[in-house]
Design a protein around this ligand. Structure first.
Ligand code: LMR
Length: 392
């Protein structure tokens, strides 16, 4: 039976981790997978998380099962940050559950949408490759529109056309902030328009918020999500704490449903719980419990927000340095100064990306995506020179 299985290629992005690790060159640069790094090239555990973990070890008195929804204290503590302090549950219309990372949350959202009879997912491209993989695995058709123009601005015309052509069995998947892979985000004015367009199209919005706080700020990065939610009756929100709490391998995510009426929530969530039970039964506890302990403690919350501010500030400095370099060969690095989050695309061909790796020891995704946080004062000049050399 198992001989029926076809060989699958390794995930191209995750394969870069191993390729980079195996490279003996001391001045190699890892700009592959999206992991924040300090100016010293490290990915330390947040101080606030370390303190919460110590508390957890001391105080946790059981590791008995919690249920498919996971740690509801964690899920609810996040809500004011995601949906705003004024009405974090939109008058009883929002309920959530824990999920294994942003990917688990997306899997849940897309599977729930399919159960609700959604057949097609409208997605701006390029997008995070796993979006299309999850859709394909669930038998959902992906309808693509162009996310950004060559000049580094969002392609609102393409989005308008995609929404104008949307039908009753469609949903739209939107990146809430820090667009992965382009770093090109919608402005508040764009979001105002998008909220109206999604409402007119009468389709289900699925908002992927995986980088809150890494773009412009916690509230600023949630502007689009909040704007869409006040305009539509129903929405699904996929949240990741992997980046903004630095919990990557602990797989900490949350999934939220906004229903048209509070009375609809038990029925909808019963489906989400059943899907979770059939997929992973219950999410891993440790990271989410640590986040809950941070958010329950004012001092730890302030420390976490301060650490997040420092990360954002460092990435702004890297972006400013790239923008100041202007042209590197034929590549214009200037637009990166105004982009957001961990990622930007360097417009290089597949061959040029390979040359960056083989000749210069610089690892980046095949799409030309770079992890901005992989650049430091010690390697950024080498990176700019290498781009100029391959794109001469
Ligand atoms: C990325 O895009 O690099 C991150 O979201 C990590 C991942 O799982 O792909």
């Amino acid at each position: 039976m198992l001989t029926n299985l076809q060989q699958q290629p390794a995930d191209a992005l995750l394969a870069l981790i191993k390729l980079h690790n195996a490279d003996p060159r001391p001045d190699k640069i890892d700009l592959g997978v999206g992991v924040y790094r300090t100016g010293q090239g490290e990915t330390p555990v947040f101080g606030a998380i370390k303190a919460a973990e110590r508390k957890l070890v001391e105080e946790q008195d059981s590791k008995a099962y919690l249920g498919p929804e996971g740690d509801m204290g964690f899920v609810e503590a996040l809500m004011p940050y995601v949906f705003g302090k004024d009405s974090p549950d939109m008058g009883g219309r929002i309920e959530g559950m824990q999920a294994p990372g942003g990917t688990g949350s997306l899997r849940l959202a897309l599977a729930l949408a399919r159960r609700a009879n959604v057949k097609r997912i409208i997605v701006g491209v390029p997008s995070w490759p796993n979006h299309a993989q999850i859709c394909a695995d669930l038998g959902l058709e992906v309808v693509e529109f162009n996310h950004a123009r060559a000049d580094g601005t969002v392609d609102m015309d393409a989005l308008r056309a995609a929404l104008a052509g949307a039908g009753a069995e469609d949903a739209i998947l939107l990146h809430g902030c820090c667009h992965n892979p382009t770093g090109i985000d919608y402005s508040p004015g764009d979001w105002d328009e998008i909220a109206g367009l999604v409402s007119e199209a009468k389709i289900l919005p699925i908002i992927d918020l995986a980088y809150q706080g890494l773009g412009m700020g916690m509230d600023e990065d949630a502007y689009g999500l909040r704007r869409v939610l006040v305009a539509v009756p129903e929405a699904l929100v996929c949240y990741s704490c992997d980046k903004n709490f630095g919990l990557y391998r602990d797989r900490v995510g949350a999934f939220y449903v906004m229903a048209a009426e509070p009375a609809d929530l038990p029925r909808i969530m019963s489906n989400a719980h059943a899907l979770a039970r059939a997929n992973w039964s219950q999410p891993p506890d440790h990271g989410a419990a640590a986040v809950r302990l941070v958010l329950e403690d004012e001092t730890l919350t302030a420390q976490w927000l301060d650490e997040l501010d420092q990360m954002r500030e460092r990435m702004r400095q890297v972006r400013a340095r790239l923008a100041a370099a202007g042209k590197a060969g034929t590549v214009d690095l200037a637009p990166m100064g105004g982009q957001n989050g961990l990622f930007s695309i360097v417009p290089l061909s597949k061959e040029q990306v390979l040359e960056m790796r083989e000749k210069h020891g610089i690892y980046m995704a095949g799409s030309g995506r770079i992890n901005i946080a992989g650049l430091t004062a010690g390697n950024i000049d080498k990176f700019i020179a290498a781009v100029a050399a391959v794109a001469a």
